[in-house]
Design a protein around this ligand. Structure first.
Ligand code: NAP
Length: 247
């Protein structure tokens, strides 16, 4: 159980982040629901968490900006007095073939998916080092493990998240903080809804378990890593992908 713990979940208004926020709340955590532009959705997540009897607060912050991340953690500390769990979930795509990709497309994905995770790790790390306990869980991707055509920016950022996870796990282990990543495969959210039907069918054909994942499939893996059951796991990447990444 996560009773008495406070979690900061980035991008928790919708998609995988929302499922993570709700699952952590079901297991007893209070949740800071970060959003960038989806205010209504974040407020709805807060209402759903409160219905479960937990406390929640929606905080707007563009995680690609360090000053916003500093404010996000200040507001979390003011509201709940602690941050015990950080889930770096926010992410965007700007897909294009490498030879056609603009610097702006490359930078946008690196700034949000890689630097944003770093900025939040830095703030959470400071709080957790002092507490001598904590859990940092970042949502990487199968694309960061295996590569994926048309996503050179996204693959770089998601592989970078794995590198940062391993680095920080070593830096914070002696302070009782575990740092892990979850690498989803093909999950049914707004991010994948925009893919052309032909691509969807070809990706589905590569999933041994024969179905897309749900946001809840990812949320349960995150909740496991956040719980006492995950206390001896650090610096790892758990692939939650229906077997897509086997081999
Ligand atoms: P999604 O439905 O498109 O949601 C993306 C989330 O990221 C939204 O909550 C969004 O918040 C937030 N976000 C984007 N830019 C932000 C910024 N600058 N600052 C703060 N928050 C920001 O995507 P999803 O499928 O749930 O993906 C969640 C995570 O899983 C991402 O890291 C993604 O790369 C990863 N992932 C997804 C899949 C998949 O198949 N869906 C597979 C592998 C990995 P706002 O709406 O407020 O902007």
């Amino acid at each position: 159980m996560l009773t008495g713990k406070t979690a900061v979940v980035t991008g928790a208004g919708r998609g995988i982040g929302k499922a993570i926020a709700l699952t952590l709340a079901e297991r007893g955590a209070d949740v800071v629901v970060n959003y960038s532009s989806s205010r209504e959705a974040a407020e709805e997540t807060v209402r759903e968490i409160e219905k479960k009897g937990r406390r929640a607060l929606a905080v707007q912050a563009d995680i690609s900006k360090e000053e916003d991340c500093i404010r996000l953690f200040e507001q979390a500390m003011e509201a709940f007095g602690s941050v015990d769990i950080l889930v770096n979930n926010s992410g965007i795509t700007r897909d294009n073939l490498a030879v056609r990709m603009s610097e702006a497309e490359f930078d946008a994905v690196i700034d949000t998916n890689l630097k944003g995770a770093f900025f939040c790790m830095k703030q959470a790390g400071k709080i957790m080092m002092k507490k001598r306990s904590g859990r940092i869980i970042s949502i990487s991707s199968i694309s960061g493990v295996k590569g994926n055509a048309g996503q050179i920016n996204y693959c770089a950022a998601k592989a970078g998240v794995i590198g940062m996870t391993k680095c920080l796990a070593k830096e914070l282990a002696s302070r009782g903080v575990t740092v892990n990543a979850v690498a989803p495969g093909y999950i049914d959210t707004d991010m994948t809804a925009v893919l052309p039907q032909k691509i969807k069918e070809s990706v589905l054909a590569q999933i041994p378990l024969g179905r897309m994942g749900t946001p809840e499939d990812i949320a349960r893996a995150v909740a496991f890593l956040a719980s006492d059951d995950g206390s001896y796991i650090t610096g790892q990447v758990i692939q939650v992908d229906g077997g897509m990444g086997i081999g």
